[in-house]
Design a binder for this molecule. Structure first.
Ligand code: 5GP
Ligand code: ZN
Length: 114
């Protein structure tokens, strides 16, 4: 999608600090990290917009992203635990309308449930 920031990152038009990539999934560090480890995991294909828009025709991308998440957790040795967050819709704080998963780790997440 032409004016989607995550599509531009997936296409290499906007640089990113990549931590994982395969044919269908890209993961890169969030530009404004909320935790010491804050990675965004996205399908390279534009899936608009969030969790509310998953259906049988695009649900495979969710599985691909979670498979990548498990691999990233192994590579970064996140044995202590991590959290996956998907904001869906403006009231939840979603700002980029391209499906994405926040992978958060690196400090006591029990203090950060809000
Ligand atoms: P949302 O608020 O939609 O759930 O999450 C969007 C996330 O994308 C935010 O945490 C924001 O910091 C991140 N973000 C927005 N633009 C860029 C960018 O150009 N590069 C990177 N690495 N992260 C971005
Ligand atoms: Zn997009």
């Amino acid at each position: 999608m032409a004016d989607c920031v995550f599509c531009k990152i997936a296409a290499g038009e906007i640089p990113s600090d990549k931590v994982y990539e395969d044919d269908e999934v890209l993961a890169f560090r969030d530009i404004h990290p909320q935790t010491p480890v804050h990675i965004l995991v996205i399908p390279k294909a534009h899936i608009a917009a969030g969790a509310a828009d998953i259906h049988a025709g695009n649900a495979a991308a969710v599985g691909k992203c979670y498979t990548a998440i498990a691999e990233i957790a192994r590579r970064l040795k996140l044995e202590g635990g991590f959290r996956i967050v998907t904001n869906s819709g403006g009231a939840a704080g979603q700002t980029v309308p391209h499906l994405h998963f926040h992978l958060l780790a690196g400090r006591d997440l029990m203090l950060n449930m809000g």
